[in-house]
Design a protein. Structure first.
Length: 616
């Protein structure tokens, strides 16, 4: 036989040695994956849920009936596992779901209404201004502080610092009240629809009045023909013009056709769900306008205000009567607001002095930040660039926040879809396995033998990696939530949800989750640079705990890569494949390096065949 090196040295030998069949199979598979990228979240979630459920079921079954394969027992264990999962999800959602959704809606509404100049001024005041204030005046015991505080009072500048903060407080309360009312009304309408109450009749009336005429106009000829057939008229009756038909007949005909359209819509579940959402939005908007114009508005807002004040007494320091008085004065300018604020300070014997100090510090920080922004050479250069770019930057950031919030809000529906798919897959796992094995003896055997073994290894690797990372993400999220709650940082549920998702992104996830927390700590009512620094230190300690304790114990060394290599993979993956490059970049790299190239064993996932083995 001709030596291998001689055959490869012949012209075209290397070209002929290329495994074209394998390349064709894998190329087709990659094209299919690319075509389904819009469904990646559902596909990945379904796979991970199925992987975790199967691990639980197989482990329990092996303990109950060791050494035996029992499809019936595994089906019952699968149902028990899903029942437990649904109960846990239901309990968590019942306890935290409404608050999480409300925080998401409020942040989304704020992102849509953000004003670049006000946001920049607030950020500068609480960072640069806070630093300059401390270096210039020190703390409350410093003589410089005491003299500046006396000068502030002597000049009757009361309320200057609170004036801009009160604007943000009003906006926050208005947005929160409207969103909570909208959420309550939507839930009430949905409950009535499920019970077949007056809301169902309201939807029918709305559809027959608003939507049915438009749909009739778009498909007039077809509906006229159906109506004529239903009443036994000729096919062209009423279709050539209404001048030959009496008004009474036209009214009866149109009413019958609208009811026909309503029946058609109710037979299409997807279209009916979309129309119900439109009806909900229109109904809630009308109810909100009616409430805003009614005498009940003030009582409803006062009830909401007291609830919010109980939840956040630091962010909402005024009782309702004081808030109303300050609000009325706020609309008349700084001087009137300052006079109302002095009355409030005089009435508050215990808290008045502390509130006046806080007002002084806010006004002075803002003034120092404004002076720095105008006179400092670095700030002048930065201002020259931002004067043209800041609006676009803030608008882009707001758009990304809006997109991210929309995705977060849509996640529950996608998770429900994944859960249903997982149920069907895991309950019939034995049938699916037999069907897959039958491909090995069919005409698709080359495809099966080429792809399936590699996919099994890759699937195990991805499943193990995500399961371990999911446990770490849960620990990070719980620790972060406790930290946010202890520090009094608002939107703690929403920020913890961001941490949960970002924990699946290696290296960069720390910064992606940390940035919103730091900004919230700075910009929230009562926020400061000190609070942001404490939050940043807390985030760092949590991730040091992850790197030193959780990750080595849960993930192990076999799935680890060097941090520099991980960063390169994440950057390249995000550039080429977006979010999925961030999530799947590292597992793919581990597979390529350890399995495809180095053929290193990964315990419980991949054991390479000994060299020289025939593979049998």
């Amino acid at each position: 036989m001709e030596p291998e090196e001689n055959r490869l040295s012949r012209p075209g030998a290397l070209f002929g040695a290329v495994p074209w069949a394998s390349l064709l199979v894998w190329g087709t598979l990659l094209v299919a994956v690319y075509a389904l990228q819009e469904l990646f979240f559902i596909i990945l979630t379904t796979f991970l849920l199925s992987f975790m459920v199967r691990r639980i079921v197989v482990r329990l079954a092996s303990r109950l009936r060791p050494g035996q394969e029992s499809p019936g027992l595994e089906r019952w264990l699968t149902l028990a596992s899903f029942t437990a999962m649904v109960l846990v999800v239901w309990v968590v959602f019942a306890a935290l779901g409404s608050r999480f959704i409300e925080q998401g809606h409020i942040m989304l509404a704020k992102a849509q209404q953000v004003r670049p100049a006000e946001t920049l001024n607030s950020l500068l005041s609480r960072t640069v201004g806070a630093y300059l204030f401390h270096s210039t005046y020190g703390d409350a015991g410093d003589p410089r502080y005491q003299q500046a505080f006396k000068d502030y009072q002597a000049k009757n500048r009361h309320g200057e610092g609170e004036y801009s903060a009160f604007t943000r407080l009003q906006s926050d309360l208005r947005i929160g009240f409207e969103l909570r009312y909208e959420q309550t009304e939507r839930q009430r309408l949905r409950d009535e629809l499920l019970q077949g109450g007056t809301a169902s009749e309201g939807f029918d009336r709305w559809f027959l009045t608003v939507e049915a005429p438009a749909m009739f106009a778009r498909h007039r000829e077809a509906y006229l023909a159906r109506w004529a057939a239903s009443v036994g008229e000729p096919a062209d009756a009423g279709a050539t013009g209404d001048e030959r038909v009496t008004p009474v007949v036209v009214d009866d005909r149109d009413r019958a056709i609208r009811l026909m359209i309503l029946d058609d819509v109710k037979a299409d579940a997807a279209k009916l769900a979309g129309l119900k959402r439109e009806w909900e939005t229109a109904t809630v908007a009308r109810a909100w306008r009616e409430l805003a114009a009614s005498a009940e508005y003030r009582a409803a807002f006062e009830h909401y205000y007291e609830q919010r004040r109980q939840e956040d007494p630091i962010g909402i320091p005024f009782d309702y009567r004081t808030y109303v008085a300050l609000g009325e004065a706020h609309g008349q300018g700084k001087q009137v607001f300052g006079a109302a604020f002095r009355k409030y300070l005089a009435a508050e014997e215990k808290l008045g002095r502390a509130r006046l100090r806080e007002d002084f510090e806010q006004a002075t920080r803002a003034e120092l930040a404004r002076q720095w922004w105008i006179t400092n050479p670095a700030a002048v250069s930065l201002r020259a660039h931002l004067s043209q770019d800041v609006a676009g930057i803030v608008e882009t950031a707001a758009g990304r926040i809006e997109t991210a919030m929309a995705h977060l809000i849509s996640i529950p529906a996608q998770l429900v879809t994944s859960l249903l798919l997982t149920v069907f897959i895991t309950l019939d796992m034995f049938g699916l396995k037999q069907g897959a094995r039958s491909l090995g003896t069919s005409r698709l055997a080359p495809f099966y033998n080429e792809v399936v073994p590699s996919l099994v290894v890759f699937g195990r690797l991805v499943g193990r990696a995500f399961s371990a990372q999911g446990l770490i993400a849960l620990c990070n999220t719980l620790l972060t939530f406790v930290m946010l709650w202890l520090l009094g940082i608002q939107n703690e549920l929403l920020l913890s949800g961001i941490v949960l998702l970002a924990s699946f992104i290696p290296v960069l996830g720390v910064f992606i989750a940390g940035a919103p927390i730091v900004l919230q700590a700075i910009l929230q009512p009562g926020g400061s640079l000190t609070l942001a620094l404490i939050a940043a230190v807390g985030i760092l300690l949590i991730h040091l705990l992850e790197a030193a304790v959780l990750s080595p114990r849960i993930i192990g060394k076999s799935l680890h890569l060097h941090p520099v290599l991980i960063l390169v993979i994440v950057v390249i993956g995000e550039h080429l494949f977006g979010l999925w490059g961030l999530l799947l970049g590292v597992p793919v790299a581990v597979y390529v390096l350890r399995v495809a190239m180095l053929r290193e064993p990964i315990p419980g996932i991949y054991e390479p065949e000994p060299q020289g083995s025939s593979g049998k």
